[in-house]
Write a protein that binds this ligand. Structure first.
Ligand SMILES: [Zn+2]
Length: 155
């Protein structure tokens, strides 16, 4: 995408966004996507467009979703989402994931202590029993390793 196109898209976003053919074209160029249908003359933010993601998979999105979230498929958006999440977390808390914050670890333990009387849910007898019941109901064995089917797969 050229700088002009980037500015065009940015200006449209900040001033007044018109979901027209020009914007659609710019979005497709921005995300290296390919249009897979004939676009009707009258389009708006809610017009669904079929496109091919740069990975090759076919998708349908509204033009506003294409603009805001990008012309990518569910698979391709995952790394983008994750990096955005990590960037936000790094900016706000200085760590990639808030789960690794010491204060959150303490809070998790406190919550578990208050709810179950132990610092980790896997130490709670009530939860152990629930897991056992589920395993018996679903797999006919208290633990997966005791299931005859699993026994046969052991080396
Ligand atoms: Zn893709």
């Amino acid at each position: 995408m050229s700088d002009e196109q980037a500015i065009e898209i940015k200006e449209r976003k900040t001033i007044c966004l018109r979901y027209d053919h020009l914007l659609l074209q710019n979005i497709l160029i921005r995300d290296e996507a390919e249009l897979m249908q004939v676009v009707p003359n009258n389009i708006n933010f809610n017009t669904k467009i079929q496109y091919r993601c740069k990975c090759g998979s076919l998708n349908i999105k509204t033009i506003s979703a294409m603009f805001k979230l990008g012309c990518v498929c569910k698979k391709c958006i995952l790394p983008i989402k994750m990096s955005k999440k990590e960037a936000t977390s790094l900016e706000r808390y200085g760590v990639k994931s808030t789960a690794s914050l010491e204060s959150n670890k303490i809070k998790r333990k406190e919550t578990c202590m208050a709810k179950y009387g132990v610092d980790n849910a896997s130490k709670c007898q009530e939860i152990k029993d629930k897991i056992s019941q589920y395993m018996i109901k679903r797999h006919a064995a208290q633990r997966a390793a005791l299931n005859p089917i699993c026994e046969n797969t052991k080396k």
